[in-house]
Design a protein around this ligand. Structure first.
Ligand code: PEP
Length: 249
């Protein structure tokens, strides 16, 4: 099975920079060991979708509106993303949960709208350092997943990817341990098993994200129950991300 690697550029790179990045990435990516989804900013999405059309590289957005259309100034709808060739969307990233106060209820609505419009959803869950220090990690992940997938049909889970991203590990240089990641993946699959079926819990893709780098990526993405990774900082370096994408075991 190939690993699924997702690059979240966050609010970095102008469209002209993303263009140069993609020209290099598309030319250098062999697709032998991994599937890759790159998630640049909204304004870089049209050029990104254009440059990757017919290539092995898929494009994702970093956010989407929970509404279909209408008077929602500044929002971007799922159908707009779909129309320009975007295939994935990150929903519920901790930046959005913490800085923009997105709730599990809103995230659930975004997921439903995105799925209805044919987008694949990368749903982020993960605990804060305070949760971890008070032994609440698994309860927090469980609650987030239950609320985020509430009301989804089992067949819709084929288009849902769960990214376990402990908040204390994001952008801090402090990654979770193999044991932390394996235990979290077990909890994710247990919740899906209890809410759906054994098959759904086996089939759902589970990623790890949080300070992945060239040194820890091999161990963390080969943990039991983990299908790939969500990268922030590292994915901005085209040479490093290409190297991982082409060579990950
Ligand atoms: C992220 O923002 O989702 C992330 C994993 O960032 P970083 O790799 O920089 O920790």
């Amino acid at each position: 099975m190939k690993k699924l690697l997702i690059g979240n550029f966050k609010m970095n790179q102008n469209p002209s920079q993303t263009k140069q990045y993609l020209i290099k990435f598309v030319a250098g990516f062999n697709g032998n060991r991994a599937d890759v989804v790159l998630c640049p900013s909204f304004v870089s999405l049209p050029i990104s979708a254009y440059l990757t059309k017919g290539s092995l590289v898929k494009i994702g957005a970093q956010n989407v509106s929970d509404e279909e259309e209408g008077a929602y100034t500044g929002e971007i709808s799922a159908q707009m993303l779909k129309d320009i060739g975007v295939e994935y969307v990150i929903i519920g990233h901790s930046d959005r949960r913490l800085k923009y106060k997105e709730s599990d209820k809103l995230i659930n609505k975004k997921i439903k709208t995105a799925l209805k419009n044919g987008l694949k959803c990368v749903v982020c869950v993960g605990e804060t350092l305070a949760d971890r220090n008070t032994g609440k990690t698994f309860d927090v992940i469980r609650h987030q997943i239950e609320e985020c997938v509430r009301g989804l049909y089992e067949n819709e889970l084929e288009s849902v990817i769960i990214a376990y991203e402990p908040i204390w590990a994001i952008g801090t240089g402090q990654n979770a341990s193999v044991k932390d990641v394996e235990n979290a993946a077990k909890v994710v699959r247990k919740v899906i098993y209890e809410s759906y079926s054994e098959k759904a819990s086996r089939d759902i893709q589970v990623l790890y994200g949080g300070s992945l780098n060239e040194k820890n990526v091999g161990a963390l993405l080969n943990c039991a129950g983990i299908d790939g990774g969500l990268f922030g900082k590292l994915s901005l370096n085209v040479n490093q991300f290409l190297d991982i994408a082409n060579n990950i075991k």
